[in-house]
Design a binder for this molecule. Structure first.
Ligand code: GLA
Length: 352
């Protein structure tokens, strides 16, 4: 059994681009604890009770800032933005104006580009020992995106073992945005085997198919009769290795499910039998992106634990990838004077 504790604050004291970084922690009344860092407005750890009452860290990550600096392209726990997921060839047109973004995924822009939000040191404010707000002002033109974007992400730990994440943003020029949290979960504890045996339930009837460059082809496919059918709970491994082109393109699941659930109904639920820990995801976003850690490659994570392929999975709540090039997809355009708001809840429980 692994004895899980939170990383040490002093290992997160560093200076990046002239700004100091920190580790911040919250504890609730049931003993659940979370740790965050202002470097990338990231979720570092979540210690939640398993069915025996032991605290288990269900988030993959690192013991120090250096670990995150080394594995930037994995986006562990990070706020991904300005535009999470891919924009084809890093190009789009908005109000007749063509924009070219920094490319970092072949010719695509991924998760805001190489200098995306995951790499920035955010300002921070702690409220009533239960909520942490991070703030970042992204200058006009950063990574090629138009408009100065004032961004706020808050993480609140409730006494119901929920992490409530809220995004807010405003702009001074018409722009596009898509914000998500990129935490990798292993509900048996980070570093404790892989997550192929987790049972997943996603009530979506449709998903967004992609091409070989992992860019949406502009359609919605029905999940019924495919590996993408999680409408009845099943183990991730059940169809993960099926001979399906969609899975081949992404080396596993790396796809957005169309979410029509209201915020009070889970858009996705994961459960691990060994620990008994469950995770329910509630969101105001129109998509839930399931990523099964297909590109994890032997990283040395917390306490030297190895993170192999499928060692963690992400349930990234977001708008659909490449939306700026698909006017039929739900709107990702933000105008001056509007406030972008989005809410996601990760709720942990145990089944005995
Ligand atoms: C997202 C993408 C994946 C991969 C990871 C980071 O989930 O969709 O293809 O880039 O981020 O490794």
């Amino acid at each position: 059994m692994i004895n899980y504790t939170l990383p040490k604050p002093k290992d997160f004291e560093h200076n990046i681009d002239g700004k100091n970084t920190h580790l911040l922690t919250l504890t609730n009344r049931t003993g659940m604890q979370i740790a965050l860092t202002d470097y990338g407005a990231r979720l570092v750890s979540a210690l939640v009770p398993d069915k025996y009452g032991n605290l288990v860290d269900v988030i993959l990550g690192f013991d120090s800032i250096q670990g995150y600096l080394r594995a930037q392209e994995k986006y562990h726990g990070a706020t991904a933005g300005r535009f999470c997921n891919r924009i084809a060839n890093g190009k789009f047109t908005l109000e007749g104006q063509k924009y070219t973004l920094a490319q970092n995924n072949g010719s695509n822009s991924l998760h805001g580009g190489p200098g995306g939000f995951h790499e920035r040191v955010w300002d921070r404010q702690v409220s009533f020992k239960k909520k942490i707000d991070f703030y970042y002002v992204s200058p006009d033109g950063e990574e090629g995106f138009p408009g100065e974007l004032k961004t706020n992400v808050s993480y609140e730990l409730t006494n119901e073992n929920e992490i409530v994440i809220q995004f807010r943003a405003t702009t001074d020029k018409t722009t596009v945005l898509n914000l998500t949290n990129h935490a990798y979960f292993n509900l048996n504890g980070e570093g404790n085997g892989d997550t192929q045996n987790h049972i997943l339930h996603i009530p979506s009837e449709k998903f967004i198919p992609i091409n070989a460059q992992q860019i949406p082809i502009g359609e919605e496919y029905p999940v019924r009769g495919t590996a993408f059918d999680f409408t009845t709970p099943k183990k991730i491994v059940k169809d993960l290795h099926a001979e399906e082109e969609q899975l081949r393109f992404a080396h596993g699941y790396d796809h957005t499910f169309v979410n029509i659930q209201p915020i009070n109904t889970a858009a996705a639920t994961a459960y691990a039998e060994q620990s008994g820990i469950s995770l329910e995801v509630f969101t105001s976003e129109p998509g839930v992106h399931l990523y099964t850690g297909n590109f994890l490659t032997d990283d040395k994570g917390k306490s030297g634990h190895k993170y192999l392929k499928y060692g963690g999975f992400c349930l990234e709540t977001q708008h659909y990838p490449d939306s700026p090039n698909h006017p039929d997809f739900p709107n990702v355009i933000l105008h001056p004077g509007e406030v972008f708001e989005s809410k996601t809840i990760y709720k942990f429980g145990v089944r005995k």
